[in-house]
Structures are given as C-alpha cells and as structure tokens.
Design a protein around this ligand. Structure first.
Ligand SMILES: C[S@@+](CC[C@H](N)C(=O)[O-])C[C@H]1O[C@@H](n2cnc3c(N)ncnc32)[C@H](O)[C@@H]1O
Length: 248
C-alpha cells in the first residue's frame, strides 16, 4: 500500500493511454540502450524467437502493435525480407526513433511503415493482416479484452497473433535472484540512466501485477482466437502466446 492505494490500483491508473504515451515519450532516447544493457541483449534473442515461432513468411502483411522503436518489426524483416510490416504506437518519440533506425537500415516505408495510434481503436479495415505481434506492450494496455477483440477484427481468418511478454521465473533460486535484480538493480540503473525513476519502478510493478499467460490466453479465446502454443523463454523470464483467428 502507498498513499492508501494498492500496487494494482497504482498500475491501473498508470495504464491510461495518455499517461503511458507520455511515459514512453520521456524514456524514448535511452529506451534501446537500457533494453539491451539491462537484459544483456537477451531481448533481441526473444524477438528473433518470436518471429521464428509465429512463422513470419515473405508476402505476409504484419502488424507490429506497440512497436516502440521497431525492434520486433526489424526481426520480422530479417527473418523474411519480403514481408511488409506496419508499426503502431501511442508514443511519437518512440516512432521517430523507429523511423530513423529503419532509414539507417536502408528500409523504406513499404517495408516498414509507422502509424501513431491506439491498440484499442486500430485505424485499419477488418481482415487486413496475415500476422499481428506485440512485444512487451500488452501489459501496458488498460483493457486487454478490447485490445484482443480489435486485433482479432483486423486479422484475416487463419491469421496469427503473437504476444511476447515478461513473466516471473518459477524455479525458486532463479526466481529469488531474478527478483533482487528486477526489483532493486533494474529500477536503480534504469532510473539513473533514463532520468525517469518512475518509469523503471513501473516496469517490475506492472509485470508483477499483470494477468498470467494462462488467463490472458482465455481472454483471447473468448474473442475468437484458438491458442496454438504458450512457450516460456530463458527460464520463464519471458513467454510467448500464439493464437490463431478461427476460420469460420
Ligand atoms: C515496452 S515498450 C515495447 C516496444 C517494442 N514493442 C519493443 O519490443 O521494444 C511498450 C510500447 O507500447 C506502447 N503502447 C502502450 N499502450 C499502447 C496502446 N494502447 N496503443 C499503442 N501503443 C501502446 C508504448 O508507447 C511503448 O512504445
């Protein structure tokens, strides 16, 4: 409890899209450096595994939701150079960095384009995309069921949704060590480097209070996805859920 509010209430308040967008705009300049530094580069491996496990192929039209600085979309284009990716995010500063990185890689907007928008109201026609993916984004969304319903709408029948998200390792010793790192060291270093301690306190608190993957996958099923797989990466520090929009 802090100021009479539970951790869950604080996290809920912080998930208002306006607040989330502002927070990521503030930390955008140091986001990539901190991601790779604090995870010792494992985050890049998780994104590679995600695009492999979801079966991204050339000719796929792929929606990268909460794309941030674009790393999941870049992993998709490394796996299948002729797929086309559309990235959507609330935070303009994150999108500016994504666009700059894309140009440096020699990609054009027909390879990877970026749109400012909210997952809860996607600016696309129904049945547009072959694949949709979201890395470390769904935890920040206020209404996950509505998000799944929107994603389901814009996917083609048979389309795949991949969700990559943090979780807590289950093995006791690994969990204890990880918690020290995640709750003490990461917020300290993240806060110092980014100049935004609140954002790096929000990270462990939002992971801790977020819906577990088994329950999240039930929400996906309720809006019409069938669950193909739930996989743990790196001793359970992250997980991947793969769902398929049922063909009617
Ligand atoms: C932790 S970052 C992840 C960025 C990127 N996917 C990655 O793998 O590094 C979370 C991103 O989700 C975005 N976001 C959060 N809620 C959103 C929403 N409702 N609609 C669109 N983007 C959202 C934030 O602006 C932020 O860029």
């Amino acid at each position: 409890m802090a100021n009479g509010k539970t951790e869950e209430q604080i996290t809920r308040f912080d998930k208002h899209p306006g607040k989330i967008g502002q927070m990521f705009n503030r930390i955008a300049p140091t986001y990539d450096f901190l991601n790779h530094f604090l995870s010792a580069g494992i985050d890049l491996k998780w994104r590679k595994l995600t695009v492999r496990d979801m079966g991204i192929r050339n000719k796929d039209l792929v929606l990268d939701l909460a794309c941030g600085t674009g790393d999941l979309g870049f992993a998709a284009l490394e796996k299948a150079s002729q797929c086309r990716v559309v990235g959507v995010d609330l935070a303009l500063k994150m999108l500016e960095i994504a666009l700059e990185k894309s140009q440096k890689k020699g990609l054009t907007t027909s390879d990877y384009s970026f749109i400012s928008g909210d997952i809860l109201q996607l600016p696309f026609k129904s049945c547009t995309f072959d694949k949709a993916m979201i890395a470390f984004g769904i935890r920040n969304v206020m209404d996950t069921t509505r998000a799944f319903s929107e994603i389901h709408r814009v996917l083609k029948p048979g389309g795949i949704l991949a969700i990559l998200e943090f979780s807590m390792p289950e093995r006791p010793l690994i969990k204890d060590l990880y918690l020290i790192y995640f709750r003490k060291i990461l917020p300290f270093v993240g806060g110092m480097v980014s100049g935004d301690p609140e954002a790096y306190r929000y990270l462990p608190s939002s992971v801790n209070s977020f819906t577990p993957p088994e329950v999240l996958s039930l929400e996906m099923q309720k809006v019409g996805f069938s669950i193909k797989n739930i996989k743990r990466y790196t001793g359970g520090i992250s997980y991947l859920i793969l769902g398929e929009k049922q063909r009617t």
